[in-house]
Design a protein around this ligand. Sequence first.
Ligand code: ATP
Length: 214
Amino acid sequence: MHKDIPRATAKRLPIYHRYLRFLHNAGKKRISSTELSDAVKVDSATIRRDFSYFGALGKRGYGYDVDYLLDFFSKTLNQDRLTSVALVGVGHLGNALLNYNFRKNNNVRIGAGFDINPDIVGTIQSGVPVYHLDDLEEQIQQQAIEIVILTVPQASASEIVDRLVNSGIKGILNFTPLRYDVPKHVRVQNVDLTNELQTLIYFIDSNMDDGDDL
Ligand code: ATP
């Protein structure tokens, strides 16, 4: 990593990098700073300033050369320790998580979404490209994705978990109500919001009962 890059800039590099890879995969050759700004939700002045740390990468009236930038960022980010996280199932809950995207944390960010709904596949949601589920294995490999957040309907979940396990994922943050049998090298963390709420209600009710007994 270049020594003099401000921390705030360094934190945005993976976001630029992922979007550039998405453009590259879509066959796009160049992008203006305004387009880039709309897609990654970083204002264009900031983008220009960020890019200026790497020399004059953009040309006025032309925009940025996607392949050149992609190559440049791939090299620069070589030592990046950001944990690569993806989300499968960009519905209501999935969208909320993409939008939240662990902003206060420096080293985790959701970089890719997967879905089967043609209305959102190929779009950018909260700055995150959404791929078709068919591309799951390929993208996991290409983007070195280690962790997957699972927010699909439960009927589709176990088949997806099998695919995740087979593609070498290390961890799954499971928002579905199902519990999965996975090999030891995969860690599953279950988040059961209904259960959490019920537990809270249980404790509140039992405290109230204690009070009544006194
Ligand atoms: P949520 O449950 O998050 O509130 P929702 O009500 O919008 O979401 P769900 O039916 O739960 O919709 O589906 C969540 C998302 O998962 C949707 O965007 C849906 O297109 C997607 N989805 C459904 N089946 C699959 C699948 N097999 N692979 C990937 N995504 C899927």
